[in-house]
Design a protein around this ligand. Structure first.
Ligand code: 26Q
Length: 814
């Protein structure tokens, strides 16, 4: 049996040096920082291997039911810190490296985070698998090993320029390739019927081409519990069949081209997170990883080959519609390959899937044109048609005189072109459908999937998102974590509701003072990083106001910007004296989808406003605007613990949940926010007095929309808003050039889909309340502590308990 190395400084030094000498093949004195980082990572890995193998064996042997978390994205963040924490090796490793004359901080900084996701949805998947491992629940995460993750953002003259994310080039010590488990995935071709050996007429798929799926395993360690689950990411390779004939024909160049073609499938993560375009390669990615995963699960866990036991062994959670092609794929495997009857296969399939929706924006709902889907996956399209026919027959039987309803509910849309509505397919096939915050789930039931929730009320449920406190408290905010442990003892990190025990300490002046010192130290740490990383110097006595999330109109970075420009305009026009202003530093972090014009122009405007404000001596001591490039998980871990104010300002009814909002509250920032997503629940828990609410509510938004929204009227009716927009339009932030930001200004004045102007007045007033409240530092600190004490609900451990109880019905491994 495999054993773990000794948990001691000497033992660790031995592991580290052995890695350095035998695996990297260098001596300590000749080694580079990268050699040292790779060896450290592999040394830490050794402490997990034994439990990992043991775990996998136990799951197989006990036939425990597993969660198969299917997600096109896992935004993991750096691995080293998390692995050291999980194995309780932080101190040992630090001392061991010090004995070798190495500062561990230097090696930590060497790691390039795997950015295999766009934002919220991908990070949620990473939090969920962390929680399941920590709770000892068997789970296998299935996803894609993109060779290039989310692009690296740079700014050139204030404009976003994308660079490829080359996260693999210096070596990737956390992954285990398994070529022996490679799976073949077919595409294209046609279908035909034939008479099988048992005399039954069946359909078979005659594919046109195929690729190989190579799995790479990642350990998912639980927090100091000896549990290690697996994340299995698939990489595309050419099959022999693909290029052998070509090689044999002597066309070497053509053979290599074929290989490139196959490997394209997992080359790059699509950087759009809200308006997916129906790109063929994207559908190839989706089918590729899902086909690999289903084949893999059956081969590895259904050892007796009896696929009818699948529902006892697995529940596949569909992370949005991206993996929904798994539904017809499982049907194909059961009917065409395993030769089950259609009805029996459908009964099994319905028990094996559950679907999580993460959006409310109509343009974000995936649809695949049947022309494209049928060309790439002809058999799957036939299966989808049959699922739809049988479903619609049911609907028509239940509502005999309501053909409109049947058409509304059809999985196949007819306009503007014939296409498969993936969310409907997921809803029809899934045992459960859930939204990601109370308000979101309610709107799903009432609006997006209304007919379905009427037909199957018990199918719909809510599970409010959560975040892992291991990464976003313990690793990101060691100071606060230590204070909490000193105050409450250990145990709170895996039982986050225990933060409630901090509540009395909000009234304890000494505790508050300690809390404030930690916040200040976190700010200092952030400013040191930003100085090195982005060459910006920041004053450390400002209120730190932070808005970090993807750049999107519905999230309304432009509203934040209007507030900043308005504060600035009031000073330079003499309406407000700078000495009257609460000094603030505004931080933005946001990537824009490369093809999203308005989002990119907004980035340009933020940077241009920052350049002008930061250079203006009049506001020098009171206003600063910074936009560090390339916001990612790593930067979030230093940014969030330093923040005083968390900006969660989406138009009500548009942000499904948000998870950054939870991370800020757990680190003692107060929220200024709309009644949207999980903000609603945060406010309910922390209390109105400790949350700055503003803006229209979702029903009010709907009302204004119906009455006809004209943003121009708000501009005309509010002199402060007018002066703000006029200043931008005047060319003040573009060297006098009025054309540069004209499209943005016009968009706000004449379209403003997300009603920034309607909420401006209310937002500015809420910001004035922020300033007034911040003047009372003691009151602010009390509220900040209460935000921490009352946010224990937002642990992803709690989310996982709810999925388990209401959707998965799985058990922890004994
Ligand atoms: C789909 C098809 C083609 C190309 C790209 C995509 C695509 C990729 C990513 C579509 C959507 C996404 C990501 C969505 C996302 O991150 N949604 C967020 O999910 C969070 C976790 O539930 C919520 O907290 C956020 O409110 C929600 O916006």
């Amino acid at each position: 049996p495999v054993t773990s190395p000794p948990h001691s400084v000497d033992g660790f030094v031995r592991e580290f040096l052995r890695e350095l000498n035998t695996d990297s093949g260098v001596t300590l004195s000749r080694s580079t920082v990268n050699d040292q980082y790779l060896s450290l990572a592999r040394a830490v890995r050794h402490y997990l291997s034994a439990r990992w193998l043991e775990n996998t064996r136990k799951v197989r042997e006990t036939k425990a039911k597993m969660v198969g978390y299917l997600s096109a994205e896992f935004l993991l963040g750096r691995q080293l810190g998390n692995a050291l924490l999980a194995t309780d090796l932080e101190e040992i490793a630090e001392k061991a490296l010090a004995e070798c004359g190495i500062d561990i901080a230097t090696l930590r900084a060497q790691e390039v985070e795997p950015g295999l996701g766009n934002g919220g949805l991908g990070r949620l998947a990473a939090c969920f698998i962390d929680s399941l491992a920590t709770m000892g629940v068997p789970c296998i995460g299935y996803g894609i090993r993109y060779e290039y993750g989310i692009f690296r953002q740079t700014f050139v003259d204030g404009r976003q320029v994308e660079q490829p994310d080359t996260w693999l080039t210096l070596g990737s010590p956390w992954e285990f390739p398994h070529p022996e488990h490679a799976v073949q995935v077919d595409f294209g071709g046609h279908t035909e019927t034939y008479v099988d050996t048992d005399g039954v007429e069946r359909t078979r798929w005659v594919p046109g081409w195929n690729v190989l799926g190579m799995p790479f395993n990642y350990m998912v360690p639980g927090y100091q519990n000896g549990q290690v689950n697996t994340l299995r990411l698939w990489s595309a390779q050419a099959t022999n069949a693909f290029d052998l004939p070509t090689f044999n024909s002597g066309d070497y160049a053509e053979a290599v081209r074929a290989q490139t073609f196959a490997e394209n499938i997992t080359k790059v993560l699509y950087p759009e997170d809200s308006t997916p375009q129906g790109k063929e390669l994207r559908l190839q990615q989706q089918y590729f990883f899902v086909a690999c995963s289903i084949r893999d699960f059956i081969d590895r866990f259904i050892l007796d080959g009896d696929v009818t036991t699948l529902p006892e062994r697995v529940i596949f959670q569909l992370n949005d519609t991206h993996p929904v092609i798994a539904v017809p794929e499982l049907m194909r495997v059961l009917v065409d390959i395993e030769k089950l009857e259609w009805d029996a296969a459908w009964e099994i399939t319905k028990k094996c899937f559950a679907y999580t929706c993460h959006t409310l924006l109509p343009e974000a709902l995936e649809v695949w044109p049947t022309e494209l889907l049928g060309r790439l996956l002809p058999r799957h399209l036939e299966i989808i048609y049959r699922i739809n026919d049988e479903f619609l027959a049911e609907v028509r039987a239940a509502f005999p005189d309501d053909e409109m309803r049947a058409r509304r509910m059809s999985i196949i849309a007819e306009y503007p072109e014939r296409a498969v509505r993936m969310a409907y397919l997921a809803t029809v096939a899934g045992a459960k459908v859930n939204g990601v915050a109370e308000l979101h789930s309610q709107l799903l039931r009432d609006k997006v999937l209304h007919d379905f929730s009427e037909y199957w009320p018990e199918k719909f449920t809510n599970v409010t998102n959560g975040v892992t406190p291991r990464r976003f408290m313990r690793l990101a905010n060691p100071g606060l974590s230590q204070l909490i442990t000193e105050t409450l003892g250990t145990g709170w990190l895996t039982d986050l509701e225990r933060l409630a025990e901090l509540e009395p300490y909000a009234e304890d002046a000494e505790f508050r003072a300690a809390f404030v010192r930690i916040k200040e130290a976190n700010k200092t740490r952030l400013y040191r990083l930003l100085r090195a990383r982005d060459q910006v110097a920041l004053p450390d006595d400002h209120l730190l106001d932070v808005m970090v999330k993807r750049l999107h109109e519905y999230k309304r970075q432009s509203l934040k910007l209007l507030h900043i420009v308005s504060s600035y305009e009031q000073i330079i026009s003499g309406k407000v004296d700078p000495s009257q202003v609460t000094p603030r530093t505004f931080v933005f972090g946001a990537k824009a989808a490369p093809g999203y014009r308005i989002a990119k122009e907004t980035i340009h405007l933020i940077n241009s406003v920052a350049a002008v404000i930061n250079a203006d001596p009049l506001v020098k001591d009171v206003l600063k605007v910074v936009f560090p490039a390339n916001y990612n998980v790593t930067l979030a871990e230093t940014l969030i613990p330093a923040a005083d104010l968390s900006e969660q300002i989406s138009l009500a009814g548009k942000e499904a949940s948000g998870t950054g909002n939870m991370k800020f509250a757990l680190n003692g920032a107060l929220t200024i926010g709309t009644d949207d997503g999980a903000n609603v629940e945060i406010r309910q828990l922390v209390g109105d007095e400790h949350f700055f609410l503003f803006g229209l509510t979702e029903p009010e938004v709907a009302e204004v929309q119906t009455a006809g929204y004209r943003s121009h009227e708000y501009y005309e009716g509010d002199p402060q808003l007018k002066a703000t927009l006029d200043l931008i339009a005047s060319g003040h932030f573009s060297g006098g050039d009025r054309t540069v930001f004209e499209p943005l200004v016009s968009n706000l004045l004449y379209d403003d889909r997300f009603m920034a102007l309607a909420d401006f007045r209310s937002y500015v007033e809420a910001q004035a309340r922020v300033d007034a409240y911040y003047a009372d530092q003691d009151a602010w600190a009390r509220s900040a502590v209460l935000n921490v004490a009352r946010s224990g609900f937002f642990s992803s451990d709690r989310s996982m308990r709810e999925y388990i109880a209401r959707i998965w019905h799985t058990q922890p491994l004994r």
